[in-house]
Design a protein around this ligand. Structure first.
Ligand SMILES: NC(=O)CC[C@H](N)C(=O)O
Length: 211
């Protein structure tokens, strides 16, 4: 069972659930107060505006017991994925290195953009070719990635929309991955005119869990 973690203000949880379903995976939306460590095969922190992005996007959710439990699970080897606000939460909690600051140029962006898979050795990217370009929606105001040390970049923007250093769109540490684009919104041919490039991310997880 895959947990789709929900905080007050999370809005991407049903999209993740649907993507898991399309990939043939079983998911469950888990309210943050109900999250129990050791109970799930993988965890997805979905996008949205947890706690209204107060203080900094992701900062309040990062201080919850639920994220402490996610950290314990991550240390046990459970794959953890943070999408957009989920990525912001993982960075704020120190599970991933660096910082996500307001976009440059400033403002909320919402559009499809091409991204490149530069590392296909994570539990979420193993079915992609290295260098493969996929189209995904981005929808954020605080997505400018500032690295700390030499982070392991997994996705890079082909068209950098937010001023992220080195065009970094997603980073991993061990079995934890975070990215600003929304792979769960690029899975359904009925609503996507830009392909279903996000689907392989969910199929990769399925393959990783099978192995
Ligand atoms: N789609 C999202 O997860 C939004 C992320 C965050 N609230 C921002 O605007 O930066």
């Amino acid at each position: 069972m895959i947990a789709v973690l929900k905080f007050p203000g999370t809005n991407g949880d049903y999209d993740v659930l649907r993507a898991l379903e399309l990939a043939g995976l079983r998911g469950e939306i888990v309210w943050y107060k109900d999250y129990r460590p050791g109970a799930y095969d993988a965890v997805v922190l979905a996008g949205g505006f947890s706690y209204g992005d107060r203080l900094r996007a992701g900062a309040v959710a990062a201080a919850t017991k639920a994220v402490e439990h996610v950290r314990e699970d991550a240390e046990r080897g459970v794959p953890v994925l943070g999408i957009c606000n989920g990525f912001q939460i993982l960075v704020e909690a120190g599970l991933l290195p660096g910082a996500l600051i307001p976009n440059d140029p400033p403002g909320f962006i919402s559009r499809w953009i091409p991204i490149r898979v530069v590392d296909n050795e994570t539990p979420f990217t193993l079915l992609y070719q290295r260098g493969e370009v996929v189209y995904t929606p981005v929808a954020h105001a605080e997505g400018r990635y500032i690295p700390e040390g030499s982070p392991r970049a997994v996705f890079k923007y082909v068209e950098n929309p937010n001023g992220s250093v080195d065009d970094i769109a997603g980073v991993a540490r061990g079995n934890v991955l975070g990215l600003m684009p929304h792979p769960e919104r690029a899975v359904d041919p009925h609503i996507s005119r830009n392909g279903v490039g996000g689907l392989k991310l969910w199929l990769s997880l399925k393959e990783w869990l099978r192995r």
